[in-house]
Ligand binder design. Structure first.
Ligand code: PAZ
Length: 314
């Protein structure tokens, strides 16, 4: 009998641009695997759960992709190659610093003389220049690949495709699964084709559990990689137990737990050996520091230990 996750792939079609993305992932991984560098898959943002095939309405979640976008920047800074698998229109590395009208407000339009020029306002240069320099470096060295998803089904297809390409990196591959993936969905064969009509009265929507993809991911798709999953809760009293349960069940090496309201300044690292907090003080926050800087530092230290242990074994 097919397992729940296998059944999912056999009953849900891949996204329409899947083959293009798979090709991009394959080429990117083949190019970077030659350079013997470490690579990280960062997943980021929330998945949607469509209510109709011709989707007018969908269930969504809170995630803006802040954690993933910020972490991707820090991984690049530490020399990692990055696959950034993110929700369409969620925050992205580098551009995340200029949301809303902020970027426009940093520019000056100079219309005097025969040609129009646009410049960055002198008092904004110090803000824009370092971010632009890091962005240019990542682009010019080709060390980041952006791949987007919208629905939970798109996400699962792309996650497996990315893992299939990352398997060749063995222990040099790090999976940093920060996306907020829906636990519930409407299976394709139970979804109406067209817009749900209000004339038929208030609909009863029945959601089902999504397959737990962490199981095949850890044991089959990337069995030698260092896998980090995130666990979000709203009740602090169950956070560590839930994180540890996940680690025991899926047998990966690190679960990072966080609480919705405090996720910007506190996370808990749950490892097979212990738990420890990584926090950002109020003062650090006021000085513009980000928790992701410390999270990524700690994750890289764990990945390095893992790599040394694996290398030592051989
Ligand atoms: O995207 P964001 O920065 O607003 O939030 C980050 C987060 C809470 C989605 C992430 O840290 C996380 O916990 N992701 C996993 C969620 C889960 O499936 O439990």
């Amino acid at each position: 009998m097919a397992s729940h996750w296998e059944e999912f792939y056999s009953t849900h079609l891949p996204p329409s641009d899947f083959e293009d993305n798979r090709k991009l992932l394959k080429e990117f991984c083949e190019r970077h695997n030659k350079s013997n560098q470490r690579i990280v898959l960062v997943t980021s943002g929330g998945t949607t759960v469509p209510l109709e095939h011709n989707t007018v309405r969908f269930v969504d979640n809170f995630s803006a992709g802040t954690r993933g976008a910020a972490s991707a920047e820090y991984f690049l800074e530490h020399g990692y190659t990055v696959i950034f698998l993110h929700r369409v229109k969620s925050l992205e590395p580098f551009t995340r610093h200029f949301t809303g009208q902020m970027f426009m407000d940093m520019l000056e339009l100079n219309e005097r003389g025969p040609s129009t020029t646009i410049t960055v306002k002198p008092d904004c240069v110090d803000i824009v220049a370092p971010i632009l320099a890091r962005y240019k470096n990542a682009q010019e060295t080709g060390r980041i690949l952006y791949v987007t998803f919208t629905t939970v089904s798109d996400y699962f297809w792309l996650l497996r495709a990315a893992c299939e390409c990352l398997a060749a990196f063995e222990a040099k591959a790090l999976l940093y699964l920060a996306a907020a993936v829906s636990d519930f969905y409407i299976p394709s064969n139970e979804m109406p084709t067209h817009k749900i009509q209000s004339g038929a009265g208030a609909p009863t929507i029945s959601l089902q559990l999504v397959p737990k993809m962490l199981a095949p991911l850890v044991s089959l798709w990337v069995p030698h990689a260092y896998v980090v999953s995130f666990k979000l809760e709203t009740d602090d009293s169950i956070l560590i137990t839930k994180a540890r349960d996940a680690m025991t069940k899926y047998k990966h090496k690190l679960v990072i737990g966080n609480i919705l309201q405090s996720r910007r300044y506190r996370v808990v690292f749950v490892t097979p050996e212990n738990n420890y907090e990584v926090i950002l003080t109020r003062e650090q926050m006021l000085n513009g520091l980000e928790l992701e800087d410390s999270i990524v530092d700690n994750v890289i230290a764990c990945h390095s230990d893992f790599l040394s242990a694996v290398t030592y074994k051989f």
